[in-house]
Design a protein around this ligand. Structure first.
Ligand code: KIV
Length: 280
C-alpha cells in the first residue's frame, strides 16, 4: 500500500521523525523502495546533479514528467512528490495546469513548489482541485539569481518573522508539508512547533519533523563539492571509479571475459569458415 499524506500527519502527531530522499530514475527509485524510506522527491535538483546544469532553472516540465514516470515505475509504496520547475507556476491557472500534468501524465501523488506568501494563491488553487502540495521555503534554488550568495535565511528578527509567516500561510493555503532549506536550527524548531503539518529539513538542524537529502550528495557520488549540511552515508564515487578502472584493466590484460564463457559454436563451423577464407 502506498504511503499517504495522512501517514505523514500521523507521524507528526506521534512525534515520529521520517525521511525523504530524491530519486530521478527507475533504478534509484527501486533502491529507495527497498530501504523503506516513505517519501521520494523527484526534485528539480536533477537539473544540477543529473544533467550537469549550474542551477535548477533550465529544467522543464516535460523533463520532470519523464523522470517522474521512471520513479513512479520503480517505487510502488513510497509517496512520490514531483517538483514543479521554475516558471511553471507563474500564476494560479498555469500552476494548476502544470501540477495536473505531473499527476496525470507521470503518476506522482503530490507536487512541490518554492516560495512563501507570494505563492499562496497558487497553492490554494491547486489544493482546492485535490492536488496535494508540499511547500519549500528558506533557501529556494529557483530564486538563486535574486538571492545571490545569501543562502541561510531567517538570521535577523524581520527575516525570522517573515519565514514563520510564510510557513503559516502555506499551511493555511493547504500545503500538507513544508521543506525548510538552510534555516537556522533554532528557527526551524520554532516553525516546526508552530505548524500542524510536518516540516522537512535540509541544512536546517535536528528539530524538523523529517529530513530530506539529495541522492547524489548522501551517497557520495560527487567528490569535488559536498555542501556543509550533507552527510555522506556511502562513498559510491570511489567504489564506482575503482570498479570501472578494474574493468578497463582486465579487458586490456585479457582477464575479462574469462575464457570459454561466451555462446558456443561447433568447431566444424569455424573450420569451414576458415577454409573458405583461405580459398578466397
Ligand atoms: O530539488 C530538490 O532536490 C529539492 C530538495 C533539495 C529539497 O528541492
Amino acid at each position: 500500500m502506498r504511503r499517504t499524506l495522512s501517514d505523514l500527519l500521523k507521524m507528526k502527531r506521534n512525534d515520529e521523525r521520517f525521511t525523504m530522499v530524491t530519486a530521478y530514475d527507475y533504478t534509484s527509485a527501486q533502491l529507495v523502495e527497498r530501504s523503506g524510506i516513505p517519501v521520494v522527491l523527484v526534485g528539480d535538483s536533477l537539473g544540477m546533479v543529473f544533467a550537469g546544469h549550474e542551477t535548477t532553472l533550465p529544467v522543464t516540465l516535460d523533463e520532470m514528467i519523464y523522470h517522474c514516470r521512471a520513479v513512479v515505475r520503480g517505487a510502488r509504496s513510497a509517496l512520490i512528490v514531483g517538483d514543479l520547475p521554475f516558471n511553471t507556476y507563474p500564476d494560479a491557472d498555469t500552476g494548476l495546469r502544470s501540477a495536473a500534468r505531473l499527476l496525470q501524465e507521470a503518476g506522482v501523488q503530490a507536487v512541490k513548489l518554492e516560495g512563501g506568501r507570494e505563492v499562496c494563491s497558487i497553492v490554494s488553487r491547486i489544493t482546492r482541485r485535490g492536488i496535494p502540495v508540499m511547500g519549500h521555503i528558506g533557501f529556494t534554488p529557483q530564486s538563486v539569481h535574486a538571492f545571490g550568495n545569501k543562502i541561510v535565511r531567517g538570521k535577523n528578527i524581520d527575516d525570522a518573522r517573515a519565514l514563520l509567516d510564510d510557513a503559516l500561510a502555506l499551511q493555511d493555503a493547504g500545503c500538507f508539508a513544508v521543506v525548510l532549506e538552510c534555516v537556522p536550527s533554532a528557527l526551524a524548531e520554532e516553525v516546526s512547533a508552530a505548524l500542524a503539518i510536518p516540516t522537512i529539513g535540509i541544512g536546517s538542524g535536528l528539530h524538523c519533523d523529517g529530513q530530506v537529502q539529495v541522492w547524489h550528495d548522501m551517497l557520495g557520488l560527487y567528490t569535488d563539492f559536498v555542501p556543509r549540511h550533507v552527510k555522506r552515508y556511502a562513498r559510491l564515487a570511489e567504489l564506482i571509479e575503482a570498479a570501472l578502472k578494474q574493468f578497463d584493466e582486465e579487458v586490456r590484460s585479457a582477464k575479462f571475459p574469462a575464457a570459454n564463457t561466451g555462446p558456443r559454436v561447433k568447431a566444424s563451423v569455424v573450420e569451414q569458415l576458415r577454409a573458405e577464407r583461405v580459398e578466397a
